[in-house]
Design a protein around this ligand. Sequence first.
Ligand code: AHR
Length: 800
Amino acid sequence: MTNTKTLLTSVFILAWLHSAVAVRAQATIKVQVDQPGHPVSPTLWGIFFEDINLSADGGLYPELVRNRSFEDANEPQFWTFKDSGGSGSAAIDNSHSLNPSNPHCLCVKANGAFSLQNQGYWGMNIVQGQKYKLSLAARIEGGFSSPLTIRILDVAGKELASGEISGLTKDWSYYTLELTASASDPKASLEIASAGKGELFLDMVSLMPETTWKNHGLRTDLAGALDNLHPSFVRFPGGNWVEGDDIAHMYHWKYTIGNVDSRIPLWNTWGYNTTQGLGFYEYLQLCEDLGAEPLFDINCGMALNGISVPMDQMAPWVNDALDAIEYANGPTNSYWGGLRARAGHPAPFNLKYMEIGNENGGPDYHQRWPLLANAIREKYPDMKLIMTTSLTGYPYPKNPKPDIIDEHYYESPESFMRRAHQYDHYNRGGPKIFVGEYAVTAKSGLGNLRAALGEAAFMTGIERNSDVVAMASYAPLFVNVNHRAWNPDLINFDSSRWYGIPSYYVQQMFSENRGDVTLPVQVDSPIAVIPASKGMIGVGTWNTEAEFKDIKVTAPDGETLFASDFTTNLDGWKLLGGGHWDITDGQLRQTAEKEFIRALAGKPSWTDYTLTLKARKLGGREGFLILFHIVNDDDRTWWNLGGWNNTQDALENGGVIDPKPGRIETGRWYDIRLEISGNHIMCYLDGHLVHNINYESDQQVAALYSSASRDKKTGDLVVKAVNVSANPLKTEINLSGAKGLTGKGLATVLTSATPADENTLDNPTKVSPEQETINFDGTTLTRSLPGNSFTVLRLHTESR
Ligand code: AHR
């Protein structure tokens, strides 16, 4: 039995210990100021622009008309035809092409008054007093002779600007108007109206703001948001978009240069048609305007569906790579350099970095890397060649040696925290590393503070090891909030507004406080406990039709938490991703072949449970997604069976965990069982254990992460500190051997009330950094780092 005196003494000792810890620092960062290390890589913090989530059309490339060239579909998608007579029509025509790159146009068969309306990308942003350039190509037949009335209308139908186009002929010609807006509306639309009889053919109907960023054709606020990140390089244009769904849809830069009407629009793997208005030239110009190195990623003859261009047909891919370099850098008397000059840029763009492929691996990449790398090195020995690596971890080719290897990470906040030290141990004699894509994609909401802190912790490790990690870029960069094909994304926008998620401010804080020389740091940190994973369950599909039944969730004590009842309706299920769901013969059936379709049920508070169900594939490219621990609608924590075009099974929680060969047969019922205990997941298929993993095997991570550098220009010592624990951390920062400290400095702090906090279009800077001046004595300062925070200290020295 416990003796009362002993108990009281223990309580006293504990209380004393507690207060002693509270008085003394709980953590220390020792910066060895007098032992500077390697230079901070000058190319370290860049950006990765991929045309994903309508980042280009409907985003950075400010075309206001959607489907301007009528190439998007076989019907006039995004155009509304209104006919007062009732016998007119508007349809896609492919027998009167404007040019071979744009085979489709619109044919209006008029019989009386009619109008065409286009609302752009969820409304056109029209600003009072601003000028807009309307241009279109038109021809007529069958006696049509009326002028066209062009109007910009606000959402209520009130006219904001108007003009007239007349004198149309039987031959294709371009017509332009300058329109000045009399009032503002971010949800305006364009109307083309006329009357008469006969046929009117239209193509390349464009409405562009006259004011663009640096007069180079890009949306001012979004390009400004990039500029504020001060990127040292821009990787472009993808990503999966470079690979394309199949060989026919691979990205070829040559189709993206010259007049916009002769560029070849291309179906984008992220679910829309791309105009290519943001082409190779515009990307290079953007890099120059940002003061950033261009890093061009070329298709290496491998597509997303796993089909590659045969080796004996790879010559055009080799030529594309060589010609891209000539286009960017060649003299004006070279063929491709001449085209660049005629496009308006006689001076070379100085392309120095080229990446071969994106997330490609396996035997096909082993053949294509040497082919392309040797050809480029032979003609352009100074070009820095970047090898891609596959997300599923194939060994990559070693010959010829790459200059740089591109690694990608999409994981939970805690995985990133653990990776803060991974580069401490990388081989200093091997290729440099480019972390070309990284982001916290689990437990991140639409981009929350916790996710940003996970990335910040990782980035301290990158900075400390920037003798090995030469470059890094967050991914993806942009999302039009009306077309979220990937989540989270650094910059969210609609037609007129944008905001950065907390990760945006982490990127900015690192790039604005790079320093030139690293200073070694030693961190003594307590442990932070990871909050337990929890959330709903669900079933889903990816380009596949499937049905599900007998879905049951059982608590560890045997209580049934949920049992599906598909006899009558889908009450209690949340259907997401635009699928076609119905109940057929007591089964839940999904018949749309689209990506990322899911049905969720249960409670966000559920932690441990066993999920059992039966699933059957009905058709399509993949298998099933069995979701668990889903807190937010966009979470992607699931068991992916028959993923990657029905070749692999893996768990995914942002990153790909434990991939194994796996295939789902069509028409066969499978028994599926997931036993979930904390982050320990056991996955059974037809009674066989396929995965037995603990994706956060250690429930603890360090609370504190740090890096330090000296900024030669200002003389400042720059100390970065990330506190991922929930509580403030009293931290002693010891500037060992520092000379000339002025005792003054500036602290920039990113934090918020809860780690789940996010920014929104209506509250864009809820989670954004705040600055305060600081004073300190000597070479040690003690500072309370707020719970869930990232702090950058700039400590001034006399050499300022
Ligand atoms: O950044 C989004 C996608 O993630 C990229 O297109 C691809 O490279 C990666 O898998």
